[in-house]
Ligand binder design. Structure first.
Ligand code: MSP
Length: 633
């Protein structure tokens, strides 16, 4: 039977445009798919979009269009992005696809029929950002640990999946299949969850609250919980239940995700599969998080780096290279444009780019425009073939372990050995004496063959650059250029036509003032519309701050004495961003008809206006000196 490989990415929510976090996962999946294709595997690579649920309904409402029209737009952005990043997915799934909707209903019915779905009552804290209920003890200071917002308290009758029934089975399964979830740290995290009693999973939402979802097959009044719907994409895409691809690929399915969605993938999904009578997936591969300049990057925080901005500024292959080389698979990484530029210059322009251009310049200068014939290697040439063969084996092992950064380090070892070979053999010195022609030709051949080896090795990572190297050494057709072919030294045919082209990776300069903008806030959910009369009820005034002091025992509250034509006291939670002395004399905007409230024992008679903490707290200010107490409308 032909060897098969199946890799999936998460299907991304369509409530905001793609950023480098999505690009990373999808590019890793692409590198894996390209590698396994090269290795002769029949490969299936799936990505797509997750389109139902509260989050999307809210975003659509904000945009003033229907959820489907909204999902169509953002899903199209994801779909259009991937070819721009040279991503070669075989299938793009949307959870609004009719075959998926049908599959979700099929699985629900199946699990319902076995008695593993029941109707019950629920109350708990729901975070729309996470699309899940939290237990009180999971909240940190009453807030969602991920989104730092207060979840809504919800009380509902709903359908539940008897997940608890499968707790012991899952625990044993993970223990018996040590590489089911990898790297190990994430397996341990799932095992830690499983040491606590597992609750049943609420898998429906009443239509009275949410209609944007897949209607339950056994109750018209409910839609399916978005995670129960989304996870099933992994079997819809290869054609569950009867598709040929399902038969071929499901037994070797591997999921790729970041650590944020470990619980749904490590716990909900395998138990759902078990309940539906389907074999578990083969591996769950979990990577860390990209932060930006040391702080967390996320759609809700708004400090996102856009993949196309980076591609346009620095080129696609440098972008792919950086993401893959910089992140240790499984650990977090901090994106900085400055270190990106450093890597481009050192590793791409200097190490690889120079090697290609030097080798071709010499081969053209000292030869007849074609690759010389291979000759029996001298002892001093063995270092090249031995390193090549060791590196191929290392790279293969790295792919097995998903250690893509290590695979690149191994390839760079070969690049550096080849650079050293040039320095030590000094072809330019040999060229001075016609008696050395045969030796010189042999060295040049070895260099060109090394370029072929490098081109094959970097193909999954930087397909465009690999092709350019191949073109320069006269290999137009990449068929057969695989890892096996580079184990046998001498695969570059004698007489291949050489050509030297523009440098592969031009050096770039990092200019602080041209750094890409990352602090754009986007897509934060909007509140429902209100009438003008409602707005008129809010009394906003210009206030001058007369005095300010920290509220004792509070890390962020300031007590302000303000003048609005009369004096009053307000308390504001801004002490982390503004010092009391900075506040004195400022003109601020205050809601003056808010019911007084006590904060840490101090009564507050109004609330000042500022941007919210997520965006970085900034006070509203005036472009001219306003009149104290003036009404704002
Ligand atoms: N729709 C769900 C997934 C359902 S899969 C059945 C979802 N979508 S998401 O749009 O939030 O995507 C989460 C995934 O995007 C992460 O698991 C990861 O693959 C990628 N990333 C998003 N932000 C990321 C970082 N900051 N860093 C690395 N990857 C990140 O969750």
């Amino acid at each position: 039977m032909e060897k098969a490989y199946f890799i999936t990415t998460p299907i991304y929510y369509v409530n905001a445009s793609p950023h480098i976090g999505h690009a990373y996962t999808t590019i890793v999946a692409d590198v894996l798919a390209r590698y396994y294709r090269l290795a002769g595997y029949q490969t299936f690579f799936v990505t797509g979009t997750d389109e139902h649920g509260d989050k999307i309904a809210e975003a659509a409402q904000k945009a003033g269009i229907s959820p489907k029209a909204y999902a169509d737009q953002i899903s199209a952005q994801f779909r259009a992005l991937w070819p721009e990043l040279a991503v070669t997915n075989d299938y793009f799934i949307r959870t609004t696809d009719p075959n998926h909707v049908e599959n979700v209903r099929r699985i629900l019915q199946k699990v319902h029929d076995t008695g593993d779905i029941y109707f019950g009552h629920y109350e708990g804290y729901y975070c729309v950002g996470c699309e899940r209920f939290y237990m009180e003890k999971e909240l940190v200071d009453g807030l969602c640990p991920d989104h730092q917002i207060k979840p809504e308290f919800r009380k509902e009758s709903n359908y539940f999946f008897r997940m608890s029934k499968y707790q012991d089975w899952l625990l044993r399964y993970i223990q018996d299949h040590p590489d089911f979830i990898r790297p190990e740290r994430y397996k341990n995290e799932v095992l830690a969850f499983l040491r606590e009693p597992l609750e049943d999973l609420c898998i429906s939402r009443p239509k009275t609250r949410l209609t944007w979802g897949i209607t339950l097959p056994f109750d018209e009044n409910y839609v399916t919980y978005v995670w129960f719907d989304a996870l099933i994409n992994y079997i819809t895409a290869p054609g569950y239940p009867d598709g040929a691809n399902f038969k071929t690929f499901w037994p070797v399915a591997q999921h790729l995700i970041a650590k944020d969605i470990l619980k749904p993938h490590g716990i909900y999904w395998p138990t759902m599969l078990k309940a539906a009578g389907i074999e578990p997936y083969r591996h769950l591969n979990v990577h860390g998080y990209w932060n930006v300049d040391q702080s967390k990057m996320s759609k809700s925080l708004g400090n996102v780096v856009k993949p196309l901005d980076l591609k346009d500024k620095y080129g696609l292959d440098p972008f792919r290279y950086f993401l893959l080389r910089d992140m240790v698979f499984g650990l977090d990484s901090s994106f900085s444009e400055e270190s990106f530029v450093q890597r481009i210059n050192a590793e791409l322009a200097n190490d690889l780019g120079n090697l290609v251009s030097r080798s071709l310049t010499m081969a053209l200068k000292y030869g007849d425009g074609n690759a010389p014939a291979p000759r029996a290697p001298a002892d001093e040439d063995r270092i090249l073939m031995e390193t090549a063969s060791r590196v191929v084996t290392e790279v293969e092992a790295c792919f097995e372990d998903l250690a893509l950064h290590k695979a690149l380090m191994a390839i760079w070892e070969f690049i550096n050995v080849t650079n050293k070979y040039i320095v030590e053999r000094e072809p330019w010195t040999l060229a001075r004496d016609p008696a050395n022609q045969a030796r010189l030709a042999s060295i040049l051949y070895n260099l060109l063959e090394s370029l072929r080896v490098i081109a094959v090795l970097v193909t999954p990572f930087m397909p465009g650059s690999a092709k350019k190297i191949m073109d320069q050494i006269g290999i137009a057709d990449m068929t057969g250029q695989n890892f096996d072919s580079i184990r046998r030294w001498g695969g570059l045919p004698a007489g291949s036509t050489l050509k030297r082209e523009e440098s592969l990776f031009p050096r770039v300069e990092f200019k602080k003032e041209e750094k890409l903008e990352t602090k754009k806030l986007e897509m934060s959910p909007m509140k429902p519309e209100i009438s003008y009369e409602d707005f008129e009820k809010v009394d906003l005034r210009v206030a001058k701050v007369l005095a300010a002091e920290a509220v004792p025992k509070s890390s962020k509250l300031l007590k302000l004495k303000i003048d609005i034509g009369e004096e009053r006291t307000i308390v504001a939670g801004m002490g982390k961003d503004y010092k009391p002395e900075e506040m004195i004399g400022k003109n601020i905007v205050v809601v003056v008809n808010l019911k007084p409230t006590k904060l840490m024992g101090v009564e507050s008679h109004g609330m000042l206006l500022a941007t919210d903490a997520e965006a970085g707290l900034t006070l509203l200010s005036f472009d001219r000196d306003p009149k104290t107490g003036a009404k704002i409308r």
